[in-house]
Ligand binder design. Sequence first.
Ligand code: DGJ
Length: 732
Amino acid sequence: MFFTMITYFPNSKVFRLDTRTTSYAFFADPNGFLLHLHYGARVSDGDALVALARREQRPSFQPQPAGVPWPFSRDTAPQEMSGVNTGDYRVPGLSIRWDDGSLAADLRYVSHEIRPGALDMGDLPGAFAGDDKDVETLDILARDAARGASFHLLYTVFPATDVIVRSVRIENTTDSPFTIERVASAQLDLRRDGLHLLQLPGAWARERHAERLPLGGGIHTMRSVRGATGHSMNNAFALLSSDATESQGDAWGFVLCYSGNFRADVDTDPFGSTRAVTGIAPDTFSWKLAPGESFQAPEVFLAYSAEGVGGMSRRFHDFMRGHLIDQKWAKVPRPALVNCWEAAYFNFNAEKILAIARDAASLGAEMIVVDDGWFGRRDNDKVSMGDWFENSAKVGDMADLVRGVHDLGIKFGLWFEPEMIGEDSEIFRAHPDWVMCIPGRDRSIGRYQYLLDFTRPEIVDAVVDTVAGLASRAGIDYLKYDMNRNHTEAFAAALPPERQGEAAHRFILGVYRFHRLLLERCPGLLVEGCSGGGGRFDAGMLRYTPQIWCSDDSDAVERTRIQGGTSIFYPCSTMGAHVYACPNHQVGRITPFETRATVALAGAFGYELDTTKLSDEDRALVPKQIADFHRYHPLTLAGDHYRLSNAWSDNAVDAWMFVAKDRSSGLLSVVRRRAVPNGNDVVLRLRGLDPAARYEVGELGVWSGDTLMGAGIPVPVPCHDAASMRLPIRRV
Ligand code: DGJ
């Protein structure tokens, strides 16, 4: 143990949570209010921090709680978790509908416990301590002042990676049922204004384009009610000081560990404070809690960095690689794969797959993935969704096909879309009642398919049974788990009317159940997440799928933007990234084969093409690219990532680095996204190196670390669209 992580100062009732470089502090005031004091740079005071509590005087429009002397007002107090309808007019963290119909929440501190280790999140994905003995959890018990219901505010401190994980558990310790209308996973009241917001909006094929905007007064909302995180807004965001850059300034990051409907609000009040609240979207949620029952909200990961956005990103990368992603895979090299979707779409048979596999194996590929189209009567996307048995006319017996591929010395992957059911399918004919819909209402259709009612565990179990049965019978090594439509008409057929607000959350619990059961049945399976590309790229899925197909758009130029945005919160090793055929199938752009590889090498590498159709010139490059993958992949799996250009700008030149933790080696990648006629030299100031060491940078000679980082290095990237360079860095 290198220092105490959670310290309680009994005189002042201050709680201070310390990580390697940060401190988080709050206290229970004499009335039991849990008031936030500090989240930022590491501090060493305890009792003295109470002086930071807000004391300004306010007029009567900020009412006081009964018996609490003026000028305290909930409306201006920085609180750890606020309640609705009791005098705080900002976005609340908690909203409870009691059995008399009233809506209110008034949390008062009762007691606390400090325990070693992380939480067991039960049905939800969550962070784990792993081998880290320093991880500790603070469990604050607060009660509603009028009704006595129990609210546990939970804080798990991961000191080495500078992350604090928060969540809330509500227990009905009263005699009557009540309904949770809103439960945030975390609320952070910073006594700062003039902040900037960094968010990840997007759309299909252009997911997670980072956007930075100054926050004025009022509420800025990021949310999804699509049944999944969705393409249009990710559930991770950051608050920045206005002067923050990639390498300096304050950055507070929030990553929700959840894959369903979410809502994050940033509320800048008129008194110099900014509140961030994030959790399950209250828009599509309510949860009835009977006496004795409890409800656990998902976790949210918090990281503060004084080293700007990049410092925050590296903290999240280390944290997720060490405490979220299955350790069986987190640091294990992934196979260089060839995915057949853009190689053949629905038009293939076993011979064609084997021909591609044979050729790919001869070039050094380590796995072939058979995508959509292998099952039922699936020759197009109108039929057979949900029929997870081989189309034997097309692929024969799956076990034979897998054996044929294994005989080539490579692995075999297979595509599924387990949450779906098509009307023209065997599964629909057998179980029309398995569709999620509202009785008496039209069912909206997306890509000719409906959702299965995953709120019903027995349906989840039946689908797992079929999928896991085929996966083990055929001996597949890898499963691509897709999801290609948004939710509509969410309804849980097995639940009574007063519980219908639970449908969306129960659905996503069904998805998590599927993943847990699948991995129990097939423990060796590597599962890649996917949702029409990157429509469900979130920390919740990363708990079960160590990599996620980052976008259906592989175009190298577009991908620099998508991968740059994604890397703000998620480790690069988790981004499925492939070299594709040109012209690119999404945007028609023609890019050099090597640039496509430079970009794909920043993630879990593979090819999205038929290698037998490559030109001789491109074919000759494949073995070298795969060798580069083996050479650099350890850096993406375990090294530090530095964006050399702002992730939130549409840069003409994009550059990034991976550096080994011991700073002995690295990779510098540069892509000229757009040529600028008569433009400037590209001079890059590198980061993360040892200033006292000397480094060889590709063919650019030997330089001292301080020169590379202080003065920069001219990089002769050719002056045309989509030109690129990747330069190995080696300490000499
Ligand atoms: C969407 C995925 O993102 C693609 O890679 C591919 O698997 C298709 N679905 C297949 O339908």
